[in-house]
Design a protein around this ligand. Structure first.
Ligand SMILES: Cc1cc2nc3c(=O)[nH]c(=O)nc-3n(C[C@H](O)[C@H](O)[C@H](O)COP(=O)(O)OP(=O)(O)OC[C@H]3O[C@@H](n4cnc5c(N)ncnc54)[C@H](O)[C@@H]3O)c2cc1C
Length: 390
């Protein structure tokens, strides 16, 4: 079979489905298909923490994703021997991706968007006026443009001439029973206690088959040096009296967004983890959804004008909240995993307002000017104290 579309979206995860829904919201007659390699419900190795800002974006186009979730009201950071907690009502949720992504794809299908699962793309050829996409089953598609929403190891980057990307993390996770030392079940914990770890360990409350468990994991930024995420989580669990051998360990990679790295070329647009997400924390679901929110109207305009050069996609992303957040998080990554870490660990407990701003941004709350001024003031005061120390 061979069929022709305006847009072929490759990958039916958070970014692919969000892009399809947002294109459909502004231009419902766009001829578009989402090709997903696996069959729903499909597993995606992920802790499933989603900042509520993603849902604020989806609400604007009338999309609600119904699946089991744990509601979050607090973020905790273990750092420099202290536990910093910031509370913000309904700041986000923890889901299981196998359930969330299926429910999300159903929202697209319910709106009449063509989503074909069990359809891995095996070859992509960019021609003068179109792109040809071939799939494992032998079906082929031609499109005026394609969207690479196929995640960290997808085919689109490889087949269309993008570099692999320098900012990479390896991540391991498993689900355990609760432990007496755990924070309340409405709190996600990021643990930066281990000083030589380029990353962190986490505890996220989760719900598996109706049972309350805790998803624990280790996020290890690999481009900063070789490391063993498995050894890291083993140590983390041992400290809690939990033997690694009792649990099923899952490992997967992540790709960070890199300032200046291309995320489009003529007739090919990258979104979500194919483009790159936050390297500092590895948070990528809300960003994947936000990529779709930004890409939707952008692609609809490209289809209407018949202009698929995509030369301004990078600057377009930069100009939006998504781009601002990616830049801020990248700056945090550079500062924190550097010789300034000692100093930042001392400063952080004195910058509770700045921490709260970060949590509010994660939650999608509007940031008040007063709060920004207060946060900046705390930062400058903490910095001045550090300078005096030196
Ligand atoms: C262990 C771990 C824990 C994480 N925890 C969190 C967390 O708690 N919160 C958070 O925000 N982020 C987390 N992340 C990151 C998050 O999972 C990703 O950033 C996010 O899923 C990116 O969404 P995406 O749609 O861009 O890519 P994906 O979700 O990876 O979706 C890509 C889709 O493309 C499909 N695909 C791939 N190749 C092809 C092909 N050839 N043809 C057709 N389809 C194809 C795949 O099957 C997949 O469904 C975690 C990541 C890891 C590894």
């Amino acid at each position: 079979m061979s069929a022709t579309y305006d847009l072929v979206i490759i990958g039916g995860g958070a970014s692919g489905i969000s892009t399809a829904l947002h294109v459909h919201a502004v231009a419902p007659h766009t001829k578009m298909i989402v090709l997903e390699a696996k069959r729903y419900p499909r597993e995606k190795i992920c802790a499933g923490g989603i900042g509520a800002r993603a849902f604020r974006k989806l609400e604007r186009i009338g999309v609600t994703v119904e699946c089991p979730m744990v509601t979050l009201n607090a973020v905790a950071l273990r750092i420099g021997g202290e536990m910093l907690v910031s509370r913000e009502p309904r700041l986000g949720v923890v889901v299981r991706r196998v359930e969330f992504d299926h429910a999300f794809a159903k929202q697209a299908i319910a709106r009449g968007i063509e989503v074909r699962d069990g359809c891995p793309v095996t070859a992509i050829t960019i021609q003068d006026e179109q792109v040809r996409v071939e799939t494992e089953g032998g079906d082929s598609f031609t499109a005026r443009a394609i969207v690479g929403a196929d995640g960290v190891g997808g085919i689109v980057r490889r087949a269309t001439g993008f570099a692999r990307g320098e900012l990479r993390a390896q991540v391991v996770e498993l689900d355990t029973e609760e432990h007496p030392g755990d924070q309340p079940r409405d709190t996600i914990v990021f643990d930066f206690t281990v000083r030589d770890l380029h990353g962190y360990a986490w505890d996220f409350p989760t719900i598996v088959g109706g049972k309350p468990l805790v998803c624990r994991g280790a996020y290890v930024i690999h481009n900063l040096g070789p490391d063993s995420p498995k050894a890291r989580i083993e140590h983390y669990l041992a400290e809690r009296g939990l033997p690694l051998s009792r649990y099923k360990l899952k490992q997967f990679a992540e790709r960070g967004w890199q300032p200046g790295a291309p995320i489009a070329r003529p007739r090919v647009l990258l979104v979500g983890e194919a483009a790159g997400i936050d390297i500092a924390t590895g948070e990528g679901i809300a960003q994947a959804i936000e990529y779709g929110y930004v890409a939707g109207p952008y692609l609809a305009r490209a289809v209407e004008r018949g202009d698929f050069g995509f030369s301004d996609w990078t600057s377009h992303v930069h100009g939006r909240h998504l781009g601002w957040q990616l830049r801020v998080r990248h700056a945090c990554y550079r500062a924190f995993f550097s010789e300034r870490r000692d100093s930042l660990e001392r400063m952080l407990p004195k910058m509770q307002s700045l921490f709260k701003l970060g949590v509010q941004d994660f939650a999608g709350r509007p940031l008040s000017k007063l709060a920004i001024v207060r946060g900046a003031g705390q930062y400058l005061a903490a910095l001045a104290r550090e300078r005096m120390r030196e």
